[in-house]
Design a protein around this ligand. Sequence first.
Ligand code: ADP
Length: 203
Amino acid sequence: MKIILIGMQGSGKGTYAKLLNEIYHLEHISIGDILRNEVNKKSKIGLQIDEILKKGELVDDKIILDLLENKLKNNFVLDGFPRTIKQARELEKITKIDKVFYITLKDETAIKRLTTRIQCEKCGAIYGNRKKPLNDNICDICGSKLIKRPDDNEESIKKRLEIFHKETKPLIDFYIKKKILIKIVGEKTIDKVFSKIEEYLNK
Ligand code: ADP
């Protein structure tokens, strides 16, 4: 099965994608993680990307598509792509998508979640208000350090939410028309949201 998760920043896409990976063995493709990996490598392209990420703007489509090349063959859960109608059209040329889950969230909840979010620098596990680590700043899963993402600052959050409303939200209608969109209310506990996703997974 090939799945896309769409949702505002902080809606939990990464968290649910990881669960889908663990339980249903769908490959978790997070374009945000792929981009941060490039930044950490300090490659030429990584340095370019770093500036864009810090500002909360969208990275150029060509760079994104190059990074995704050959990654969309097996069953997957795609987190962070597509974010624009143009990207969705590009994706259509590469592969067929079975289901799109749109996880809804209010702006104010998103801001609250993002400002308290910390992430494992090694395995990418996400913690915050809803899920606190057992030991402060240490990942429960792999024991590595938990860090705040540099783009989880007020200015960048504002920009990312603005882009979500303007560029990403039109995807909802795009996928409704294709009859593959499932809307899930994101303002609930992780367990409840994930059970809803599971309920629709095999329908
Ligand atoms: P968030 O959704 O919270 O912004 P991500 O980790 O998914 O976090 O993405 C981080 C950043 O990576 C985005 O702010 C953007 O700069 C870039 N990015 C991610 N996905 C895309 C995409 N599909 N197209 C362009 N840029 C992207």
